[in-house]
Design a protein around this ligand. Structure first.
Ligand SMILES: C[S@@+](CC[C@H](N)C(=O)[O-])C[C@H]1O[C@@H](n2cnc3c(N)ncnc32)[C@H](O)[C@@H]1O
Length: 270
């Protein structure tokens, strides 16, 4: 755990809902090609509240998924979500990625989503996970990249609060620009045959549902989550902060707003 940055988003029910909304808004974009073969053993590292777990289990009903997290409360929520979805191919376990309670080379596949951005040493995380992956097994990693975000209208305050998110996460030892680094990180962890695909979310007033679930319910709450740190470290004052958040909300709520963000999905072979 020494290799984790302070987890900037926390573990509140609001954050759990934000993670579920985020997952729902980009489910097809991120997971239309996430499939694990029948009979394979898959480790989902850092499952959180199960926002991805339900999709993994549903897309690969004949694979066996072991989902771990070091936060017990999140695991309990994830367990309920999977049971409610009527899925029975997931086992949950409290465990730390840096102290995995599994035999070396015991998994066929590893799945990691929105984890590395919170790690001080993402390379160590990938190396730890590689240790429990069979030779010839695959890893799938999905991360965002906050430097890939642009929007209209790009008011000064909106851009400023977005940059505060990047600065606060960076000051906490996280890496909000990790998406673009997935290829070299997998390379350093000695994976081979890497393939990285950017997955772009683009929303405008022609996609009001996407605007609401991705921008209003996912992106804006994520930025709002660093308000106190941003103001406390004097990156911005309260008035400009509120103006920036209002401007971000207006992108989703008023005609003419557009929003663009890139996730990156990488696969590699051990
Ligand atoms: C942003 S959440 C992502 C959860 C989920 N993968 C998703 O996509 O919704 C990050 C999760 O990683 C977990 N985590 C972070 N470091 C970990 C570690 N060293 N071992 C196990 N879980 C960890 C946190 O507890 C949190 O639930």
């Amino acid at each position: 755990m020494a290799s984790n940055a302070d987890y900037v988003h926390g573990y509140s029910e609001t954050e759990a809902q934000r993670l579920r909304d985020q997952a729902e808004s980009v489910r097809d974009l991120l997971h239309h090609d996430t499939r694990f073969p029948a009979g394979s053993l898959v480790l989902e590292a850092g499952c959180g509240v199960g926002a991805q777990t339900v999709t993994l289990a549903r897309n690969s009903p004949d694979a066996n998924i072991v989902s771990i997290d070091h936060n017990q409360a999140s695991l309990d929520i994830a367990r309920r979500a999977v049971a409610q979805a009527g899925l029975s191919n997931v086992t949950f376990q409290a465990a730390d990625i840096f102290d995995l309670p599994f035999a070396t080379e015991s998994f066929d596949h590893i799945f990691v989503c929105f984890i590395l951005e919170h790690m001080k040493q993402p390379d160590d995380c990938l190396t730890a996970l590689a240790g429990v992956l069979k030779k010839g097994g695959t890893i799938t990693v999905i991360e965002g990249d906050h430097g890939s975000c642009y929007f209209h209208p790009a008011t000064e305050d909106a851009v400023r609060v977005w940059n505060c998110l990047i600065d606060v996460q960076t000051s906490l030892g996280a890496n909000p620009l990790i998406g673009r680094q997935l290829y070299p990180l997998l390379d350093q962890a000695r994976f081979r045959d890497m393939e990285v695909t950017p997955r772009m979310v683009y929303a405008d007033e022609g996609r009001p549902d996407l605007m609401e679930i991705f921008v209003s319910k996912t992106i804006v709450p994520m930025v709002e989550g660093v308000e106190e740190q941003a103001i406390g470290s004097e990156l911005i004052d309260r008035a400009r902060w509120r103006g920036g958040i209002d401007d971000l909300n207006r992108i989703a709520e008023q005609p003419g707003g557009t929003f663009c963000y890139n996730f990156f999905k990488a696969t590699g072979v051990k």
